[in-house]
Design a protein around this ligand. Structure first.
Ligand code: RUB
Length: 309
């Protein structure tokens, strides 16, 4: 279980960050596990995969893309006729490759569609670090648009600095602000685009803490607010009645050495209601949050089947 435990630890410690990178790391861990498996038969191998699934699911709780990915890879192996370890490992590997290819294609489509929504000369506001948003910004630049980016620093772990660095490296002018300055700068933006960790069956979006306040401010300032997300960030458990769990992280991330007895709360994510989202930029195009369940049902029906309680 070594590669899986190591990947789960890197995910927990945020050495791997962002929903898409988390899902990719989890898939790669399954491949490594399969390649070095000590299992002697199919049952033993499948037991190992299920244990890996348990460990990966527990690493960060608000990551449905990772859960959908792991469920799908395991379902492909369960559906294969492979019996010996080498054939089973090959089944994991080919399912993983297929999944990652699909993810890559979705990512490229989202970049292309999102870039079209950015008008020449625009100022784009973003929050936290989303590899999907960065892909849109780079694509807009490659398409010849002149643009600049305002990014929040994103307390407590400053993922906004990563965004600022990547935007600058892409040759795009970037301004970094403290989170509490968002209202002062949202008027300067022509469009706000953020990523997503989870999309619920009602079309609400879970993303880095602070996102919902930015959506409210954007509405008040009449700045269009978009979410860039693969449809596979949809959490089918929410369609079956569950609430999306919001990860709460260590208080030490907020204040290491705080006075004894002080209560510090550190939720990693919050929920932005669909009414404040102008559109979800996904591989199907720009869709209304209201239609997200139907879009997922059409394109990825297995998402619901594999998560059935
Ligand atoms: C990252 C975050 C990102 C989404 C989307 O939070 O909220 O906006 O994960 O990222 P954390 P991507 O740093 O806590 O993981 O578009 O890369 O999937």
């Amino acid at each position: 279980m070594e590669p899986v435990l190591a990947a789960a630890e890197r995910i927990r410690r945020l050495e791997v960050q962002g929903a898409r990178n988390v899902a990719i790391a989890a898939i790669r861990a399954l491949e490594d596990l399969a390649r070095g498996t000590g299992a002697e038969d199919r049952d033993g191998f499948l037991r190992e995969l299920l244990e890996a699934k348990r460990i990966l699911f527990a690493s960060r709780e608000t990551e449905p893309l990772m859960r959908n990915a792991v469920r799908w890879v395991i379902s492909q192996v369960e559906g294969s006729r492979a019996e010996d370890a080498a054939a089973l490992a090959e089944a994991v590997s080919s399912a993983s490759r297929a999944f990652l290819r699909g993810l890559e294609e979705s990512w490229a489509s989202i970049a292309e569609i999102g870039a079209r929504r950015i008008k020449d000369g625009s100022v784009v506001f973003t929050h936290c670090h989303s590899s999907t948003v960065i892909a849109i910004l780079k694509r807009a630049k490659a398409d010849g648009k002149r643009l600049e980016v305002i990014c929040t620093e994103t307390r407590p772990l400053f993922q906004g600095r990563l965004t600022a660095r990547e935007v600058l490296e892409a040759g795009i002018r970037a301004t970094l602000i403290v989170d509490s300055a968002a209202r002062s700068f949202i008027n300067d933006a022509d469009i706000a685009i953020v990523g997503a960790d989870a999309i619920t069956s009602e079309g609400n979006v879970v993303n880095k803490i602070g996102t919902s306040a930015i959506a409210l401010m954007a509405r008040e300032a009449r700045t269009p607010f978009y979410v860039a997300s693969e449809l596979l960030k949809y959490d089918p458990a929410t369609a079956y009645g569950d609430y999306e769990a919001i990860e709460e992280r260590s208080p030490r991330e907020v204040w290491d050495g705080a006075p004894e007895g002080l209560i510090i709360r550190n939720p990693a994510f919050d929920v932005t209601r669909r009414d404040f989202i102008d559109g979800i930029i996904c591989e199907d195009g720009i869709i209304s949050p209201h239609s997200v369940t139907e879009a997922v049902r059409r394109r990825y029906p297995w998402v619901f089947e594999l998560a059935r309680p």
